[in-house]
Write a new protein. Structure first.
Ligand code: ADP
Ligand code: MG
Length: 704
């Protein structure tokens, strides 16, 4: 047995958190920083100097030699540049360890090779990173030693966002402002801040590192590009996993320990649907911290897997025919004094506020379904969304029977039929039923489900930053709140009537987005089309949502993105898509040319020799001859498909960057890739396992 983990002792031990700051910072400085964190005030340099000094001293005690401004550019992964704390050598030849306020709050990575979608070309060449002091700094221990990691946002010198974090922080401000407006209308004078809270459930696969290294597709693209299904699919008994479990358990123990030390509240872990698939969920946190923590979780899973002789696959679809991986993004709005706006509440008063919030969200999701869908798109998720497994590509909202019934009452009553508590609040319903029970019995196929006191957005890809989806959620709901507040603030004395009418109006007008049935069924696709809901089946079809007039108007109104930023993001996405498929196509060409064709040619030679030998021996050669014929036909099919793929790929490479090229990859290159895969997978089922040049699906997912 390994050493037990003393959780309460180690939790957050490597985080420069509130306790540490309170202990180490002079009172005045601590208060100043708290004000910055709570009210978003700018930090002055003198204060920053004191904080930087203490942070450095603390980090050095933890063994840190370097610091890094840890940021999330538009590549999808975190980026970091490490600087050591050492100062220029003194005349004595010795060095001091120093870290200034300026170095803490602002860094200037040479970031010219991060994607900017043309932004930096038109504006300024350089970018800078700025400390997001609402997400605590931490010390990370790895092979490089210990590093002080400072969560930052990344902007160009003229202030354009070049990362995931900046728009997220802007959207959090937008939703805060509009939520407070809404709360004030309901007589709340005490809450000072409303923060979106997020709990992402991270799915991942683990495979043996030695087998991983034998597959170029996994190495270069993170997913298998070829592979026949094993005889056994997703249903396996415990016994099968007997020995595996110990290996995975040891891995999970280490992951938890590392996460707890840096203050990530890893909470739930379990095996997922597919063999070799698992999930890790932390306790929810405020959105920007949740985003950072999710990045830390992904990095930690990969790093720890390496130490255990495994590889962690974060790709949305590492194996065709086996369940893919997603990231359920649980989202709610919480006040600084502990109220959740998505909690139906217990009194009629709370209920009405909740119904307004709920119908505003229905409206937001209905109007901006295309944007939400876009926020979950990446090349990997194209294999998942709408592919009859995880959520369909069509956005709809699941509310559960009881809540749907409440809305139905609202819609059908011309005026309120029941008055509540002295005839004051006329919503048409008595107090709401206990929705928590309904939520437990929830629909698993809905992409956007109400689960008791939060919404669960289930489309998000396993590999992606969750920043994008939360930027969209925060902003579209801020817009709906703002529009509702405009109406209600103007209502004056008629508030109660106006409120009732508005809730009813939203429930009626946006009824089409509510769907409680089976999201995987063919019927739903047709039904959704009748309702006029968008069905964006792929990333390239979803990207235009970023730059529609309604999207630009909304993001500009709430100062989350400028029109230029949105255009640049669309450009980056097209390019990222084209690059990803280009790498996949080239990897397939490489594998087919150098591994599959030679292996099958050799195999047919063996068969041909066998046919001759057996015939000479005077025995029947029907089986051998038939096999030889079958394999040869497939070999020819493979060779033709390979040449066809090479041809379209060569065309794609010559095209100019942008939408047209991304479309070409999706509509021309991807089908050519599928055409090459088909004969190879068939061959894998026929050719002798010994002759097959790489580990099979069975080897990868059943023998971890
Ligand atoms: P599931 O049954 O889907 O696993 P859980 O109740 O276990 O759902 O929660 C999944 C995630 O949702 C966890 O990360 C949890 O912390 C988070 N969560 C729970 N309540 C809220 C909330 N009010 N707001 C945001 N996230 C929440
Ligand atoms: Mg879930």
């Amino acid at each position: 047995m390994s050493e037990p983990i003393k959780v309460t002792e180690i939790f957050g031990e490597d985080v420069f958190n509130d306790t540490v700051m309170q202990e180490r910072l002079p009172k005045k400085i601590y208060k100043e920083l708290k004000r910055t964190i709570e009210e978003g005030k700018e930090l002055d340099l003198a204060t920053a100097d004191v904080i930087a000094h203490e942070m450095k001293e603390w980090a050095i005690e933890k063994g840190a030699t370097h610091y890094t401004h840890w940021f999330q550019p538009l590549t999808g992964v975190t980026a970091e540049k490490h600087d050591s704390f050492i100062s220029a050598p003194l005349p004595s030849g010795r060095v001091l360890m120093s870290f200034s306020g300026k170095e803490l709050i602002k860094g200037e990575p040479d970031a010219s090779s991060f994607p900017s979608g043309g932004l930096r070309a038109t504006f300024e060449a350089r970018g800078y990173t700025a400390w997001d002091c609402t997400s605590p700094a931490f010390v990370r221990h790895d092979a490089a030693g210990a590093t002080l990691c400072i969560p930052t946002a990344f902007c160009s010198y003229t202030g354009e966002a070049l990362d995931q974090k900046t728009p997220l922080l802007r959207s959090m401000e937008a939703i805060n402002e509009q939520s407070l407006r809404l709360l004030r209308l309901f007589g709340n004078t005490t809450s000072k801040k409303v923060t979106p809270c997020v709990g992402p459930e991270q799915e991942y696969f683990l495979v043996d590192a030695a087998k991983f290294r034998e597959r170029k597709d996994l190495i270069y693209t993170g997913r298998t590009l070829f592979g026949a299904m094993p005889p056994k699919g997703q249903e396996l008994d415990d016994h099968y996993f007997g020995t595996i479990r110990q290996r995975i358990a040891g891995f999970m123990k280490d992951v938890n320990e590392e996460l707890w030390k840096v203050g990530v509240s890893a909470k739930t872990q379990h095996n997922e649907v597919a063999p070799a698939q698992h999930e890790l969920a932390p306790i929810y946190a405020q959105a920007n911290v949740a985003v950072d923590h999710n990045q830390i979780i992904m990095q930690t899973l990969k790093r720890v897997a390496g130490r255990h002789g495994m590889k962690c696959l974060l790709h949305e679809k590492p194996f065709a025919g086996v369940n893919g991986s997603g990231k359920h993004n649980n989202w709610s709005l919480t006040t600084d004094d502990g109220k959740n706006l998505l909690d139906p509440g217990k009194t009629p008063h709370e209920n009405v506020q909740f119904l307004l919030v709920l119908t505003c969200i229905l409206k937001a999701v209905d109007i901006h379904a295309d944007l939400l869908r876009e926020s979950a798109s990446d090349p990997g998720n194209d294999h998942r969304l709408g592919a009859n497994e995880a959520p369909p590509a069509i956005i709809s909202v699941f509310l559960g029977e009881q809540l749907e019934d409440v809305l139905e009452q609202l819609r059908s009553t011309g005026s309120a039929t029941h008055s509540i508590k002295g005839g004051k609040l006329e919503t048409g319903v008595r107090t709401l039923p206990d929705l928590a029970k309904d939520a437990t019995d929830r629909n698993r196929t809905s992409p956007f489900a109400f689960t008791g006191n939060k919404f669960e957005f289930r489309m998000v890809g396993s590999r992606d930053s969750i920043a994008g989806p939360n930027v969209v959620l925060n902003t579209i709901v801020a817009e709906a709140f703002a529009e509702a507040c405009d109406v209600l603030e103007a209502a004056g004395e008629d508030f109660e009537t106006a409120l009732h009418d508005l809730i009813k109006k939203y429930a009626v007008e946006h009824q089409r987005i509510v769907f409680n049935g089976n999201g995987y069924s063919e019927d739903w696709v047709e039904e959704a089309e009748r309702r006029g809901l968008p069905n964006l089946c792929s990333m390239v079809e979803a990207i235009p949502a970023l730059t529609t007039d309604k999207a630009v108007a909304m993001f500009e109104k709430f100062k989350v993105f400028t029109s230029a930023e949105l255009k640049s993001r669309a450009e980056i996405k097209y390019e990222n898509y084209a690059k990803a498929i280009n790498i996949e196509a080239r990897t397939m060409i490489d594998m087919a040319s150098k591994q599959f064709v030679p292996a099958v040619v050799k195999y047919t030679k063996g068969l041909a020799d066998t046919v001759i030998a057996v015939r000479e021996a005077g025995a029947d050669v029907t089986v051998q001859s038939e096999m030889l014929a079958e394999v040869s036909v497939l070999l020819l099919e493979m060779k033709k498909a390979l040449e066809a793929l090479k041809e379209v790929e060569a065309k794609a490479v010559c095209m100019e960057e942008g939408k047209e090229r991304a479309d070409f990859y999706y509509f021309e290159v991807v089908p050519a890739m599928e055409a090459l895969r088909a004969p190879v997978d068939k061959l894998e089922m026929i050719v002798d396992k010994e002759a097959w040049p790489m580990p099979s699906y069975g080897d990868l997912i059943f023998e971890v």
